[in-house]
Design a protein. Structure first.
Length: 144
């Protein structure tokens, strides 16, 4: 589902706006939509993004900035790493946004807006991370 991530002018009865696709959204109460097509959510409380090599920079920078600027309902923005057990939570505070991170399978996250706790061992339950040896690239042999 699309999520509002930019300016739109509801009072002008236009369908134009900026929207992004989130990996997962949480809404408390009734979902509110941009228009009659009900395919663009405007009141998420939590947005969760799974980072990949092709999306990480955009999710960390531009997408986060858009959501923070144009989505007053958003309280927590969660980034989940794919290559290691690490989750970051950006939480809205009265004085700005606070980032906390949970590294390692023994850690847990607690997005304050929905008062739940998720252990990284559960989130990454069936994920096999490469060993340090697997991460080391073998140097190609050179001819002398």
């Amino acid at each position: 589902m699309k999520v509002n991530s930019g300016t739109f002018f509801q009072e002008q009865k236009t369908n134009k706006g900026v929207f992004s696709y989130a990996d997962l959204t949480v809404v408390c109460g009734e979902p509110e939509f941009h228009d009659k097509f009900r395919d663009a959510l405007i009141n998420p409380i939590v947005i969760i993004e799974i980072l990949s090599g092709s999306t990480e920079d955009f999710n960390r920078d531009e997408k986060l900035r858009r959501y923070r600027t144009h989505n007053d309902s958003l309280q927590d923005y969660v980034l989940i790493e794919q290559t290691m057990p690490l989750i970051e939570v950006y939480s809205r505070r009265p004085d700005g946004w606070l980032m906390t991170e949970a590294p390692g399978l023994g850690s847990s996250i607690h997005p304050p807006s929905i008062d739940c706790r998720l252990s990284l061992s559960e989130v990454y339950g069936r994920v096999a991370f490469p060993s340090e040896e697997d991460k080391t690239e073998i140097e190609p042999e050179t001819e002398e």
